[in-house]
Design a protein around this ligand. Structure first.
Ligand code: ZN
Length: 497
């Protein structure tokens, strides 16, 4: 049996965030598994890149040898000390498994450390250095990967998954194992071409079920159906990492045909770049968004989900943005709930006061100057308190443990507000249910997310309204303090391919 090392270090880093990512941030997500314990991910029923790799690999009779798996919710740069610890854990568990025949890894592609702006490139370079250039290395990536030259140099195949919301991560993991098995048997001889585009795509234009990304996805699938092509995907990139090599890329993998890979990747990159204006953000202001919601409710709409693009903890924001919540409190529309606002101070205050008490507080807006000022409130009712833990209900990374820490439900006027202690994007209504809220009984549900919430809420909501007040994951890239991205790049500059 061929021994394949599998592992995961997964972090989407926002260089715009003031909150450094520490070892404790990785551990508190409850995704921290070493050696054989990584198989526990399958036991808890998690469907993600790594379980796809492991389960398919075992089915294909590969000797799957896990080294380390961890994930932290997107946040600021990974501290140098933390990155060092993650690498130590990763490599110490590999050394026990030597000799080995290849690597199938689940990495993000937009990891940034204080020690190196290219986390994945750094890790892959060290793997090559330690284990030689003959071992095949296949890496699944998040579609928000900023694919760097170091990543291309040090991996045989990079497989960004295709869908946003990311509901195909398990299948992408399975694909990685299939390709590995075919490489080891000599059935295929893959060649990869990555074509970088001078293009930044804001998160709110990335949904692959909507224009224009739906068209891009169709093109990728067409390309993948060309005889001789093994894989084709479009990595949208993650502008908020703010590293030199930020930007979108086309990946085409063929079976031994370098020219075909070159031609198809160039054609697809050109086709996408010609449509660059379609990726310009079009989020509403909070006032426009709430006006629209009110109008739809007056016309009889039932459940409206409002998402805040610019304060999306899934893109490394603090989650304590107050712009939308302030507007909702001012309007006081019946049947409104909002969550999850991350404010550990408030969660602790409410928890200490206890359910059934009234408190005065300053809510949110405490982390930086980008996300609005704290909201001062008096006579806020503490309705319920919980530990903030559940497993994702969403079809995206279904089963993943979620840990908001101490989480409370507050009530002020007609508004229910959920306040958590640890950042995590609102992906489904699990946390609402923990605190006694059935979102189906509400008119407006406000969430902090750009796209991922749609995987779950699209089946519940009559309408989705996206608002984009100031914040570090705003779709309005011109307004962000981006410093390190290489210019020229669209839409920051008018440029050609
Ligand atoms: Zn992503």
């Amino acid at each position: 049996m061929k021994r394949i090392i599998v592992g995961q270090i997964m972090h989407e880093s926002s260089s715009l965030s003031r909150t450094p990512t520490l070892e404790s941030n990785f551990r508190q997500t409850l995704i921290w598994f070493e050696g054989k314990n990584v198989f526990d991910l399958s036991t808890i029923g998690m469907r993600d890149f790594l379980t796809g790799i492991m389960e398919k690999g075992q089915e294909l009779q590969l000797d799957i040898s896990p080294c380390f798996c961890t994930f932290a919710s997107p946040s600021g740069k990974i501290s140098a000390k933390c990155f060092d610890t993650l690498k130590q854990k990763f490599f110490s568990n590999i050394d026990e498994s030597v000799p080995i025949d290849g690597f199938c890894l689940a990495l993000h592609g937009a990891g940034v450390s204080e020690a190196d702006p290219d986390v994945e490139g750094n890790l892959l370079e060290e793997i090559r250095h330690r284990y030689g250039s003959n071992l095949p290395i296949i890496v699944t990536l998040d579609p928000h990967a900023n694919i760097t030259s170091k990543m291309i140099q040090n991996a045989d195949l990079l497989l960004p998954s295709k869908l946003y919301p990311h509901t195909d991560t398990y299948e992408t993991g399975q694909k990685a194992s299939c390709l590995m098995q075919q490489i080891l048997t000599g059935d295929i001889n893959p060649v990869m071409k990555v074509k970088k585009l001078p293009l930044l795509i804001p998160l709110n234009k990335g949904c692959t079920e909507e224009f224009p990304m739906e068209e891009v996805l169709k093109k990728c699938l067409e390309c993948e159906n060309t005889p001789g092509v093994l894989y084709c995907s479009f990595a949208q990139g993650f502008p908020y990492s703010d590293i030199e090599e930020c930007g979108a890329s086309v990946v085409v993998i063929t079976d031994g045909d370098t020219e075909l890979a070159e031609t198809l990747s160039q054609q697809l990159a050109d086709w996408i770049f010609q449509r660059r204006k379609d990726f310009i953000s079009d989020g509403l202001t909070v006032q426009q968004g709430v006006d629209k919601a009110q109008e739809l409710i007056n016309k009889g709409a039932k459940l409206i989900v409002m998402n805040e693009i610019s304060d999306n903890p899934g893109a490394g924001t603090p989650g304590d943005g107050t712009y939308l919540l302030r507007e909702l409190l001012n309007r006081n529309l019946p049947g409104t709930c909002a969550g999850v606002l991350i404010d550990p101070e408030t969660a602790a205050l409410a928890s200490k006061a206890g359910a059934g008490s009234y408190i005065s507080l300053k809510l949110g807006g405490k982390t930086d100057e980008y996300h609005g000022k704290p909201i001062e409130l008096e006579n806020v009712y503490v309705k319920s308190i919980c530990d903030g833990k559940y497993n994702l209900l969403s079809p995206m990374t279904h089963g993943q443990p979620v840990n908001y820490g101490t989480t409370v439900r507050l009530q002020k006027g007609n508004i229910d507000i959920i306040v958590g202690s640890q950042g995590f994007q609102t992906m489904d209504d699990g946390v609402f249910t923990l605190l006694g809220i059935d979102v189906r009984q509400y008119n407006i549900v406000a969430v902090k997310s750009a796209q991922h919430f749609k995987a779950y809420f699209k089946h519940l909501a009559d309408h989705i309204i996206s608002v984009d007040p100031p914040g570090i994951s705003s779709g309005n890239l011109h307004q962000l303090p981006l410093k390190h991205i290489k210019h020229p790049i669209y839409p920051l500059d008018e440029t050609e391919m």
